[in-house]
Design a protein around this ligand. Structure first.
Ligand code: CMP
Length: 148
């Protein structure tokens, strides 16, 4: 599934995000994308897609076995998402600041998760936690050619 060939010139400059089913179905996609662009990110690739449970399970493989894994997989396959690759200097860290803490209740005011998240599961968006995962996660959804 992770067939993407990393291009290390992108290292540090890209991150990967998903607008989760709850945020998408509540009509927050436009507002979230506007916040992302206004924060200086360039959308390098983007698509709306509905994940199967198998695909969601594979994407979140790293969390398999954790207490929230099953619920996460069911939720992430419950409706369409928007997946996107974002470019900016220091992209991973910068995007994590923009979205706020995983738990919306603990996220800073004005962050995407504070504004559009409901709880730890329905936290509006995913953001990569490292440069390495940004490349792997981008490759899960997009062939390298889509990022040129
Ligand atoms: P995300 O950034 O997509 O990465 C994994 C997701 O698991 C996380 O956001 C949360 O939505 C979800 N999750 C649910 N419970 C927890 C938890 N206790 N700790 C971390 N992540 C959790």
């Amino acid at each position: 599934m992770f067939a993407f060939k990393p291009n290390f010139t992108m290292n540090g400059k890209i991150t990967f995000t998903m607008i989760k089913p709850s945020a998408f179905s509540q009509g927050y996609t436009g507002q979230i994308l506007t916040m992302i662009e206004n924060a200086g990110f360039l959308i390098k690739a983007m698509k709306k897609v509905r994940l199967s449970q198998e695909q969601a399970g594979s994407f979140y493989e790293i969390h398999r076995g954790k207490p929230f894994y099953e619920e996460l997989v069911v939720f992430m396959s419950s409706g369409p998402i928007v997946a996107a690759v974002l470019e900016k200097e220091n992209a991973v860290e910068s995007f994590r600041m923009l979205i706020g803490a995983t738990d919306p209740a603990k996220a800073e005011p004005g962050t995407i998760r504070k504004l559009f998240g409901k709880n730890m599961g329905e936290n509006a968006v995913h953001g990569s936690d490292s440069d390495e995962n940004a490349i792997l996660e981008s490759g899960f959804f997009f062939p390298a050619i889509d990022l040129l």
